[in-house]
Design a protein around this ligand. Sequence first.
Ligand SMILES: C[S@@+](CC[C@H](N)C(=O)[O-])C[C@H]1O[C@@H](n2cnc3c(N)ncnc32)[C@H](O)[C@@H]1O
Length: 261
Amino acid sequence: MSRRWLKEKRKDHYYRKAKSEDYRSRASYKLKQLNRRFGLIKKGDAVLDLGAAPGGWMQVAGEAVGDTGIVVGVDLAGIKPFKEENLITLQGDITKEETIERIRAVQETFNAVICDASPDISGAWDIDHFNSVELGRHALRMAGQVLREGGSFLVKVFQGSLLKEFEGEVKREFEFVKVAKPKASRKESSEVYIVAKGLLKTPVRYGDILEVEITEQGRRPGEGIAYVDGYRVIVEDGQVGEKTRVRIKKATRRAAWGVKV
Ligand SMILES: C[S@@+](CC[C@H](N)C(=O)[O-])C[C@H]1O[C@@H](n2cnc3c(N)ncnc32)[C@H](O)[C@@H]1O
């Protein structure tokens, strides 16, 4: 740790605020700001926090879920236990399959999965970017296993060439996806957060290309409706009786929208 780094750390507004408000990390304010803006965590929710040490996000999530909710935090490093019984800490690697079993032994399903995990920083921008996306992919995979339909997902990634691709992977799974940088995230840091809401369990997703048969006229002029396993796909410029190939440009829990390709 250089002197300059220590001095900057002492000066930092959120660092001092965290100290005075008894949060374990300045990162706490990033989650506070993101949750205020996007409403990811609600009273009574079950939240899984991946890469949770020293536990600042767990404290913020704990306040948001209240006494009736639960927060499970996992980190490679040990997290100092909390006095609150509904803040549960586990030491484990989020890239390992066995960790999911240990999480499930505590809590089977969750309303939100949040991940602030950072890889070991090499200093080489592209390597750190690649490793952060890899960690994000593990978090997304875990979210797919434990998140309830309609649930929320929040993940940190360092910006770089794979960000768009990873954002697309998240978009396939959720109704709403946005990339955000909260005020508390240092400007000089390349980190951004992918915010996702409304986990989908539908048979058709964003980006899919599929053959459909239009069987009904939609409500809007020119719109045709096709069904995939009972799920409604609204096709622009679709005529009843037409068989066509469509690319899905948006999917929600109730319906998907496709364009002919
Ligand atoms: C920036 S810190 C998280 C800070 C936390 N959100 C808070 O507010 O206290 C990133 C954490 O990710 C953890 N981490 C990195 N790789 C991990 C992995 N494979 N499994 C579990 N935790 C990991 C690190 O040990 C580190 O504690």
